[in-house]
Design a binder for this molecule. Structure first.
Ligand code: HPA
Length: 236
């Protein structure tokens, strides 16, 4: 048991999927895992452990934003020795070629988070990046399954609502999409020498203002989860 997780030692798998929304953790456990058991209800940030194709996998809600996901990632690594962490969530499309429902895999992150400067000081701009083995495996699987996907730089912003970030400039430098957690996950994975990958579905688009319907969101969400689970078990 840690401060925010109620699991007994050994209950959480060495591979964990991390949706922001705890109800998505429940949905993933009930839809994709067999024999899934809930190990955490603290703050209603549900966590489950079950089996995917015979492999033990956990799924843990993280809440929104980098301060929140950092709590769960720190405790999963330090208290439960988790080795592979997959952020699964939605993002806003920023690049014109990206469409609603596409999958975006974060090769690297760009962020306004103070966590980076608090870690390295203001003279270093550390680049939080994906684990190459997981990234490579995910690209292979998404290609085989003919999923529509893009790989590149993702903006992890501290505030959903802000007028200060020059998104046009970031788009012109090739940033594909925006979300709120991946940079913190990649930073902590680097600190503790763990493998991490962030995979998203595009739920809305900043340029076109398009939004996906609930049914479309569910279908592309399922593709993203399948991609993450297959990457997890095929990279062992
Ligand atoms: N901003 C931040 N996070 C997001 C967005 C967005 O527009 N869409 C989905 N997650």
């Amino acid at each position: 048991m840690s401060l925010h997780l109620a699991a007994k030692p050994g209950v959480i798998a060495d591979t964990v999927l991390l949706p922001g929304d705890p109800l998505r953790a429940k949905y993933i456990a009930e839809t994709f895992l067999t024999d899934a058991k809930c190990y955490n209800k603290i703050r209603n940030n549900f966590g489950y452990t079950g089996f995917y194709k015979g492999h033990k996998i956990s799924v843990q809600g993280t809440g929104m934003g980098m301060p929140s996901i950092s709590i769960y990632v720190n405790e999963l690594i330090k208290e439960y020795d988790v080795k592979k962490l997959f952020r699964v969530g939605t993002c806003g499309g920023m690049n014109a070629k990206i469409k609603i429902r596409d999958i975006v895999i974060a090769q690297a992150t760009t962020t306004d988070s103070s966590m980076l400067h608090n870690t390295f000081g203001s003279s270093i701009n550390f680049a939080p990046i994906a684990d190459f083995e997981l990234l490579n495996q995910a690209v292979k699987i998404a290609s085989e399954k003919k999923m529509p996907f893009y790989v590149g730089n993702v903006l992890s912003e501290d505030r959903f609502y802000n007028d200060e970030i020059d998104r046009e400039k970031l788009i012109s430098y090739g940033v594909l999409a925006v979300e709120m957690e991946a940079a913190a996950l990649y930073l902590l994975a680097a600190k503790y020498h763990r493998q991490a990958l962030a995979v998203f579905t595009v739920s809305d688009h900043l340029l076109t203002q398009e939004q996906s319907s609930a049914e479309e969101r569910e279908r592309s969400f399922n593709d993203m989860i399948e991609l993450s689970l297959e990457t997890a078990i095929q990279s062992r």
